[in-house]
Design a protein around this ligand. Sequence first.
Ligand SMILES: Cc1ncc(COP(=O)(O)O)c(C=O)c1O
Length: 388
Amino acid sequence: MAQANPKPGLRPANPQFSSGPCAKRPGWTLEALSGAFLGRSHRAKEPKARIEEVITLSKSVLGMPEGWRLGIVPASDTGAVEMALWSMLGPRGVDVLVWESFSGEWATDITTQLKLPDVRQIKAPYGELPDLSQVDGKRDLVFVWNGTTSGVRLPNADFIPDDREGLAICDATSAAFAMDLPWDKLDVVTWSWQKVLGGEAAHGMLALSPRAVERLESFDSGRPLPKIFRLTKGGKLIEGIFKGDTINTPSLLCVEDAIDGLRWAESVGGLKGLIARSEGNLAAISRWIDGGAGYGFLASRPEIRSCTSICLLVTAPWFKALPEGDQATAAKKIAALLEKEGVALDAASYRDAPPGLRLWGGATVETANIEALLPWLDWALAEVAAGY
Ligand SMILES: Cc1ncc(COP(=O)(O)O)c(C=O)c1O
């Protein structure tokens, strides 16, 4: 007779563990948006002041150095990265660090769309980081800080030379507001509102160091660029973009929500508080895994494990004995069970990643909810095991 597999007694108060759009901050309700300037022009004084507030609050929470520019751009993080790639790459060879899906997509863009002749892809499989010692400071560098689809993050930027000649272009969308970013090692940093602070989708943030601006003003790629991508006019930076004069129309509802997220970030202790909350979530999962769960981390080494996109493999022997295709099916069954029970939504691993689960551990997720979820992961694993 099959052994009984009782359901855990406690459920997470909030089952939202999606890696984007991510959970809203604790206590969020639509009331948070009641001050939004709906039906107004985004160029009018008060709405524009709100847009500027997103920029100034983001800079201050992140501790962005003086001299950096920060703008709100269309098309989310993808838009921000594409603007940088298409406007800045060309004068030097390019190194691209590729260790999961999104970094792979930037490499594809650079090689097959921009068709740059001198590109090195420095690669690693899911769960690992590439050989960072290969990075050459004479070349431009394109990389993600946190691989959202593999749960692998950079531990530091020591591999970027202080006296680099190339630009360091960093897609930091699942790292900003959750990890320390060494601004002196970076020239372009991008993220979107829908990630760590739980904002709404479609708006991107583009941060430029003085060296990035210098590149924009000294290099003309000759490429036709649509208006939505243009950062310069007549060879000069369009400064307005970085003072709240957005290229096109943003959603003032989303702007209000972004401010709500940033004020909440301040209320939990700013960047330090956000990082502590996120690291606390990773620590809760680590303790559970160390305690002998039938799961392990996809990221092989603790120092490269993400505290936001926490990617898990199933390590139970029965699962590992399954053929690869059946492993994918079994992992999907676990995620589907969690969803059916209403304890974890959107917790399946990314479609191109090794089969497993992915739990978001950014600051808007309460550690108590992660802790309440973990027994359910054990339960779902046992439930699926019984079918094999
Ligand atoms: C590392 C990384 N880059 C880019 C993207 C694309 O972001 P968006 O859909 O906000 O443009 C994501 C989304 O998850 C991501 O995690």
